[in-house]
Design a protein around this ligand. Structure first.
Ligand SMILES: [Zn+2]
Length: 211
């Protein structure tokens, strides 16, 4: 699609503001106002959207290191203790023949979180440098990142399930380890980064360069 042929205006440019919670459209007022229908605070753009997004992204990147380096679970079987990180766990599952579970864990705990972090970083950079490049595609990318985030907690469920299953069978003792906390924090921080990012900022720059 050719961006040159598209002419658009943002709601903000014509003095309209919509409610984050219920979507009701309001006329923008010079003073801070609240939604007539649900009472939520109204903002033309999410306040400090970009700096918040960067803060959450940075924290997520930092915690991504311990999430992958520290063990996510420790298995005690017949006196031998074994700690597994996400990657060594995937490797262990692969070697022991559970390639489907290994694949699911690899996609859910390595591929998806990294992809989501990269998409959000790209969007934040593009708004930061006031890019007007393909706003429609970037808006789609944002929705994709939002959808993906819902699946990255799968890993935590898998660890929890395995702990429960192994304990019931009584074959070995298995415990969730510190790495799961770091991993959980990465997932939550990425989710907060996605929530803080205001996709309308993408259109502001597109509109500015349209003029
Ligand atoms: Zn409302």
């Amino acid at each position: 699609m050719n961006d040159q042929t598209n002419t658009w205006i943002t709601a903000a440019a014509v003095g309209l503001i919509n409610c984050h919670s219920c979507g009701l459209l309001h006329k923008a007022t010079p003073v801070h106002s609240y939604c007539h229908r649900c009472g939520a605070s109204l903002h033309l753009r999410k306040p400090d959207s970009l700096s918040r997004t960067w803060a959450y992204l940075l924290a997520a990147y930092i915690l991504y290191i311990p999430a992958n380096v520290l063990p996510i679970m420790t298995t005690t079987s017949l006196g031998s203790v074994q700690s597994n990180t996400i990657l060594s766990g995937v490797n262990y599952l692969l070697v022991s023949g559970s390639w489907l579970v290994a694949l699911i864990i690899f996609i859910a705990s390595i591929f998806v979180p990294v992809l989501k972090l990269m998409i959000l970083s790209y969007l934040a950079i593009s708004v930061q440098v006031r890019s007007s490049w393909h706003p429609r595609e970037r808006a789609r990318l944002y929705r994709l990142a939002e959808i993906m985030g819902r699946w990255s907690m799968v890993d935590i469920y898998v660890v929890t399930l395995m702990v429960a299953l192994v304990k019931i069978q009584g074959l070995a003792d298995i415990d969730a380890d510190i790495g799961t906390a770091a991993f959980g924090a990465v997932v939550v921080l990425t989710m907060l980064a996605a929530m803080s990012f205001d996709p309308r900022l993408v259109w502001d720059n597109a509109e500015r360069n349209n003029e």
